[in-house]
Design a protein around this ligand. Structure first.
Ligand SMILES: Cc1ncc(COP(=O)(O)O)c(C=O)c1O
Length: 379
């Protein structure tokens, strides 16, 4: 028997059977009319997910990191300055990327588990001269959700381009590309969208595309959006063979997502986050992330004193549920529980049950059934 495990890490998230079914459809030519139609639907569904009428979507084989690279190299040029607002490991990655392309990055870092205040962003912008600002909507290492709407007020009307990393947010937390004046929204399919990994997804504003077009070339080939633009405008055109099955699966994931409806989907993510946290609290577990900046898409949970990370996650996995370890300074001290995408109440109950069982097996005194009893009424 093949053991089915419930993957409750902060991405990839469990893939709904309808999306898996789409993935398993026979691979067609990348210019077959049926595929071109799916690709168009995927592009339109992604733009609608960003609540945009005007953005240019890009769907390219790769990953979230390629999407970060596409966002950066097409709008910030070597020798220019970039302000990176970082809430952890993935925010810092923009600094590394910038360094690889000769872009001078200034990283405005929060303490891990806390958020950079809009006032700090405002003072940096007043003091410096930047081509763009990057913000990770949710940093998957710390569980911090950035105060994007407050940053938007700071950025409105300013010349710096606004790059928003939605990899751990898009599809689970409200993102309003046009209204917020985002210039590049980048994301991946494998988290709150609920599709398998393997794609880089970007929305570009007119201003961002104009910035790219102001240069004849950028230090990239595959990540140069001008090579992809003709394909995105007419998916029957060729630049590099698209990953046919994954794009069909993404199109299906986006149909499911829009059938649920964005407000209902965001509300479900909020409800599940609150339920999970009530359950964890009933087990005596504390969250790492400060209360005022917790994301709805994952929880970063401190391990009880004396409980070894590897032993805990092994016990949880033996009960059919996989959670992720901590990253960077909280490696070994915390675990990360994803609760985003197409997960449902039954899966949350299963995850809490496995966490409770793992704690009991390691001798932590918990009241049997307490987590589910606390979470269930909120689901
Ligand atoms: C916020 C954030 N940005 C970027 C990435 C990079 O995405 P990928 O691992 O698909 O390259 C991740 C991955 O987890 C992420 O969480």
């Amino acid at each position: 028997m093949i053991n089915e495990t419930l993957t409750m890490i902060p991405g990839p998230t469990p893939v709904h059977s309808r999306i898996l079914g789409a993935l398993a459809r026979p691979t067609t030519s990348h210019v077959a009319p049926s595929f071109v139609e799916e690709f168009q639907q995927g592009l339109a569904g992604f733009r609608a997910l960003g609540q945009s009428e005007t953005a240019q979507p890009f769907i390219v084989a790769g990953g979230g990191t390629l999407a970060m690279e596409m966002a950066l190299v097409n709008v910030v040029f070597p020798g220019e300055k970039l302000l990176v607002v970082s809430h952890g490991y993935f925010g810092d990655r923009f600094g590394d990327l910038a360094a690889s392309f000769g872009i001078e990055a200034e990283v405005l870092k929060s303490e891990w588990g806390r958020a950079v205040s809009p006032g700090e962003v405002a003072s940096r912008l007043e003091a410096g001269s930047y081509a763009a600002v990057t913000v990770s909507h949710v940093d998957t290492s710390t569980g911090t959700c950035a105060a994007v709407e407050a940053y938007v007020e700071v950025l409105r009307g300013r010349p710096e381009l606004f790059i928003l990393d939605g990899v751990c947010a898009t599809g689970g937390i409200d993102e309003r590309f046009d209204e917020w004046g985002v210039d590049v929204l980048l994301t991946g399919p494998q988290k709150a969208i609920g599709a398998p990994p393997g794609l880089a997804l970007c929305l570009f504003s007119e201003r961002a595309l104009a910035r790219r077009k102001s240069r004849s070339r950028v230090p990239a080939y595959y990540a140069d959006v001008m090579r992809w633009l003709p394909v995105m405008l007419d998916p029957g055109k060729y630049f590099s063979t698209p990953c046919v099955n994954e794009i069909v699966a993404l199109a299906e994931a986006l149909r499911l997502l829009h059938a649920e409806g964005l407000p209902a989907r965001f509300a479900r993510h909020r409800r599940i986050a609150l339920a999970v946290r009530a359950g964890l609290d009933a087990l005596g577990l504390k969250l790492f992330t400060a209360e005022d900046c917790r994301a709805d898409t994952l929880s970063v949970v401190l391990l009880p004193e004396g409980i070894a990370d590897a032993a805990f996650r092994k016990e949880v996995a033996s009960r059919g549920v996989v959670v992720a370890g901590g990253l960077g300074p909280i490696a070994g001290k915390a675990f990360r529980l994803g609760h985003m995408g197409n997960i449902n109440a039954a899966e949350i109950v299963e995850a809490l049950g496995a966490i409770e069982g793992g704690l009991v097996a390691l001798g932590v005194p918990v009241t049997p059934g307490a987590a589910v009893a606390a979470a269930a009424p909120l689901l």
